[in-house]
Structures are given as structure tokens and as C-alpha cells.
Design a protein around this ligand. Structure first.
Ligand SMILES: NC(=O)C1=CN([C@@H]2O[C@H](COP(=O)(O)OP(=O)(O)OC[C@H]3O[C@@H](n4cnc5c(N)ncnc54)[C@H](OP(=O)(O)O)[C@@H]3O)[C@@H](O)[C@H]2O)C=CC1
Ligand SMILES: O=C(CO)COP(=O)(O)O
Length: 337
């Protein structure tokens, strides 16, 4: 039927398109909504997303859609993949158009601008408590997922039936392995904090440090993520999985990561604005550093790497000085605190 779909994806950038390709390749009719009609027209004409995923064909079951009302009427399964700073705004836009049986999942990685709230709090504030919610998080570069290269991800949510249905929709023996997780909070936090640590790893490589420093940042980044997670009620074990260690290793070590590339550019002496412009896509960790820092301060959680990245991004500290400060911290036990 023309106007029905198994799932609707909101956000036609690199990751929204990659997830839509993956869903459609699994045989599910998938509507992909984007806010720029011209961009959606290009997707239809080119049968690919030349701006974000050049050269990767869109499957026939992926239907680009410029009208939000049509997109939301087509399915009760709504996957939101817009940057975190517009997440609340897009939900507010969607709310009056949502079907009564709508269920909302997001793959956005970040915290609410300024407040540092988890996106579940934003979703509940905007939508109320009646819609089932879920989150996708884990080490998944859009380009590889879209190209059908093997990928694994984790999912958690408020409603077991919804998360099970999402696993069914997303899971593919050939391209995407989906792990169910029961830590809704932990999955959201992992996706936000890893971006900050990835900037730190990029900074370290950019100023000429090596594999030892990068690996120390990943390892201690995992410690500070876990500390913050436990303070907000997440399970420490979550961070040893896809949305913690998995995403940290991916984004701290591979130059497909925009957050890592942003840090690299800053470490080499580039300014914040120029580095963002060079990347030309969302760098979630830039804003999210402020939000993670704010959240950690509010809860009294020690996050030395986040603190130094914050000082480089927002207080004009030189990357070298930030690195020196991290190294010159008091001796401490690896296992305590
Ligand atoms: N790319 C990846 O590999 C992964 C990304 N993610 C997460 O997915 C989220 C989206 O990132 P990604 O797709 O990569 O980002 P991109 O920069 O590739 O695309 C962002 C998209 O969001 C659109 N957008 C911006 N503002 C709005 C708005 N108000 N309403 C609707 N759409 C809007 C942009 O449109 P326009 O171009 O017109 O501004 C663009 O199409 C982020 O939170 C990211 O961390 C998670 C895992 C992997
Ligand atoms: O979240 C991602 C991979 O899991 C994408 O990372 P970047 O946003 O740093 O490109």
C-alpha cells in the first residue's frame, strides 16, 4: 500500500540513511523523512544519498519523503536520527502528527543542550509517558553499515515488545547483529560520552602522542564513563559492551569518526570553527563536552579527560597544556575511585 510502512526514519543525514538502507535491505518498507525538500528530491532522483553516502544505492523499499505528516502517518514505528541539539525540536514538531499507537526509538547520540539531560527525559517531557521508547547505541559507522559491512549494535527501551519488534526489523544475519540490553540509561550515556573521549584521543594524536597515550585515554575514558553512569543509575557492565568499550574503541581509533577527526585538527593547531567546517557534518562531541561536563559537575563525578577536553574547547586552553595537566595529576590506584 502506498502510504504504509514498517518503519519511518526521521533524519536523512548519514546515519538515518544508513539505518534506512539497512532496514529496507531486510525487506521492510521504510520511509525516510528529511527536513529539506530539495535533499529528499535528490535522494529520489539519484536513488542514493550523494551528499552523505555517495555511491551507495538506495534499495527499492526505501522511500524518501519530504512531508512529515505523511511520514508519521505511514507507520507506528518511528526511528529518530537527527543531531541531539534538534532532537527535542523534531519531537515537538512530530508530536501532533504521531499516530496514537506510535512507538519512538532514536539512534541520536548525545545529551540535551545546556541541561545535560538524557534524551529519554527530553522525549518524556515532549511526548508524555504513553509512548514506548527505545534507543540504539553502539559502534556503527554509517558508511560501513550502509555498505552492508558486518556491524553490531545494542538496543534497550521501556517496552519489551517494542524492543523485540525492533530487533526483528533491524537484525540481519549478513549485515547487522542486534544485542538486546536492559540498560536504557546506560546505552544513552555511553553514546554521548564516547564522543568526548574520541575528541580527546584525536587531540592526543594531533599533538603527536602515540598509541600508548591513545590507549590510556580509551581505558581511563571507560573508567570515567562508568563512574558517571553509575552516578545516574546505569549498570557498570553496560559500559563493557557495545555502547561503552565498543563505541570508544571505534571512535577513538578510526578516522571515520568525525569527533576523532575534530580532535585531530585541534591538536594540529586548527581552530574550533575551522575544524567543524572542514568536517562538514555533525560533531556531537563539541556540544556534548559541555553537557557531559555540566552533568559531571552537578553530580560531583570526577571526569579528568572530559574536564581537559572542555577546557580546550571552551576555555581556550592549548591541547599540549591539557595533556600535560592530565599526565601531572597525582599518583593514584587504578582500581580505586
Ligand atoms: N554517522 C554515524 O556514523 C553515526 C551517527 N550517529 C548519531 O546519529 C545522529 C545523526 O548523525 P548523522 O546522521 O551522522 O549526522 P549528519 O551530519 O550526517 O546528518 C544530520 C542530518 O540531520 C539533519 N537535520 C539537522 N537539523 C534538522 C532538523 N531540525 N530537522 C530535521 N533534520 C535535521 C541534517 O539536515 P541538513 O543537512 O539540512 O542540516 C542532516 O540531514 C547523531 O546524534 C550521531 O551521533 C550514531 C551512530 C553512527
Ligand atoms: O557514533 C559513531 C559511531 O558509532 C559515529 O561517530 P562520529 O560521530 O564521531 O563520526
Amino acid at each position: 500500500m502506498e502510504n504504509t510502512a514498517d518503519i519511518t526514519v526521521l533524519g536523512a543525514g548519514s546515519y538515518g540513511t544508513a539505518l534506512a538502507i539497512s532496514l529496507a535491505s531486510n525487506g521492510h518498507r521504510t520511509l525516510l523523512w528529511g527536513h529539506e525538500p530539495e535533499h529528499i528530491e535528490n535522494l529520489k532522483n539519484d536513488k542514493s544519498n550523494q551528499e552523505f553516502l555517495p555511491g551507495i544505492p538506495l534499495p527499492d523499499l526505501l522511500i524518501p519523503e519530504a512531508d512529515l505528516a505523511t511520514a508519521l502517518a505511514a507507520s507506528n514505528n518511528i526511528l529518530v536520527v537527527v543531531p541531539s541539539h534538534v532532537f527535542g525540536m523534531v519531537l515537538a514538531q512530530a508530536k501532533p502528527l504521531l499516530r496514537e499507537d506510535a512507538r519512538i526509538v532514536w539512534a541520536t547520540k548525545g545529551l540535551e543542550p545546556e541541561t545535560g539531560r538524557l534524551l529519554q527525559d527530553v522525549a518524556r517531557e515532549v511526548l508524555g509517558d504513553d509512548f514506548p521508547l527505545a534507543v540504539l547505541s553502539g559502534p556503527t559507522f554509517a558508511k560501513e553499515l550502509a555498505a552492508g559491512m558486518p556491524t553490531a549494535i545494542a538496543i534497550a527501551g521501556t517496552d519489551p515488545e517494542f524492543t523485540e519488534d525492533l530487533v526483528e526489523l533491524l537484525h540481519s544475519p549478513k549485515r547487522l547483529r542486534v544485542y538486546a540490553n536492559n540498560d536504557f540509561t546506560g546505552l544513552q550515556l555511553g553514546g554521548a560520552v564516547k564522543n568526548v573521549i574520541a575528541i580527546g584521543a584525536g587531540l592526543s594524536d594531533g599533538i603527536g602522542f602515540g598509541a600508548n597515550a591513545r590507549t590510556a585515554l580509551i581505558t581511563r575514558g571507560l573508567v570515567e564513563l562508568t563512574r558517571l553512569g553509575e552516578a545516574i543509575g546505569a549498570q557498570a557492565s553496560t559500559f563493557m559492551g557495545m555502547a561503552g568499550l565498543g563505541d570508544l574503541v571505534l571512535t577513538c581509533t578510526d578516522n571515520q569518526s568525525r569527533n576523532r577527526r575534530f580532535g585531530l585538527a585541534l591538536g594540529k593547531g586548527c581552530g574550533v570553527e575551522a575544524a567543524q567546517k572542514e568536517i562538514g557534518q555533525v560533531v556531537e562531541g563539541y556540544r556534548n563536552t559541555k553537557e557531559v561536563y555540566t552533568l559531571a559537575k552537578r553530580l560531583g563525578v570526577e571526569m579528568p579527560i572530559t574536564e581537559q577536553v572542555y577546557q580546550v574547547l571552551y576555555q581556550g586552553k592549548a591541547p599540549h597544556d591539557a595533556a600535560k595537566e592530565l599526565l601531572s595529576r597525582d599518583k593514584k590506584s587504578e582500581t580505586q575511585g
